[in-house]
Design a binder for this molecule. Structure first.
Ligand code: B1M
Length: 210
């Protein structure tokens, strides 16, 4: 019988096939999908990041781990959504221009869907213009911006400015990502900040109520 530790090891070593067997096994054994995320998948990516920072691994290894994590997410997402209710809010989400990281953004999208939001995912490397056009097209209540690189934080600021300058004053903007802080959210005029995907639901609701 596989354990959460086995799942963590499989993601760290980028073993997609193992992930595909371990995740259903754990779910069938009654493991909570949120637990899989919080106790195995997210910590695994943390370790991958540390190893990358210390030059113990390089981009290709980081990529295979990310693919293994995505494989797990494909299986877990439907379980996370099972508790979903009829959409009350429409949300747009994307990773800002220049940034290709999407695992955290996808998790936020999943949590929002699980909370009953109708979520349109614009993907990665989304330009400020694309956000502005998509807001005009879909008229969301809230827009989520994700950035994982310190070098793409300015693109987040540009996106917030572009949305406001285009006259979308009422749409709420929630930001997040590893280098992002509440102070930065205040500085660039976002309506909210969330540290992780789990609190992104509460943070979105707070921003929508303000
Ligand atoms: Co990249 N990378 N990466 N990478 N990568 C980081 C972010 C890094 C911290 C690694 C390190 O040095 N320790 C570092 C950034 C340093 C910095 O800027 N401070 C880094 C670097 C340098 C790079 C490249 C520049 C490497 C290179 O080419 N030399 C390059 C940049 C490419 C680009 O984007 N233009 C690059 C590339 C990649 C891969 C493509 C190989 C791959 C991404 C694959 C993919 O996403 N499809 C990758 C990966 C996997 C990582 C790490 C290891 C893991 C990221 C991840 O998925 N974490 C990462 C190290 C780390 O984070 N420890 C790293 C798991 C995920 C669940 O967490 O994304 O933080 P996270 O999301 C969290 C919160 O941040 C928050 O909720 C999520 C869940 O709780 N959150 C939000 C995120 N978005 C939110 C939005 C919200 C609210 C909350 O509201 C809308």
């Amino acid at each position: 019988m596989s354990t959460l530790e086995d799942l963590k090891t499989a993601v760290i070593s980028g073993k997609r096939k193992d992930v595909k067997t371990i995740v259903p096994e754990l779910l069938e054994a009654g493991e909570d999908p949120v637990n899989l995320l919080e106790e195995a998948l997210i910590p695994a990516m943390g370790i991958v990041g540390e190893r990358f920072k210390n030059n113990d691994i390089f981009v290709p290894e980081m990529l295979v781990s990310a693919r293994a994590m995505k494989e797990a997410m494909k299986i877990i997402e439907p379980k996370l959504l099972e508790a979903g209710v009829k959409p009350k809010y429409k949300a747009l989400i994307g990773t800002v221009e220049g940034d290709l990281h999407d695992i955290g953004k996808n998790l936020v999208a999943t949590m929002w869907k699980g909370a009953g939001f109708d979520v349109i995912d614009l993907g990665v490397n989304v330009t400020p213009d694309k956000f502005v056009e998509s807001i005009a097209e879909h008229q969301p209540d809230i827009v989520g911006l994700s950035a994982l690189l310190t070098t793409t934080m300015p693109a987040m600021r540009e996106t917030v400015t572009a949305i406001r300058e285009a006259g979308h004053a009422s749409v709420k903007i929630l930001i997040g990502g590893a280098p992002i802080t509440q102070t930065y959210a205040n500085e660039i005029g976002a309506d909210g900040y969330s540290r992780d995907a789990a609190s992104a639901v509460e943070a979105a609701k707070e921003a929508l109520a303000s």
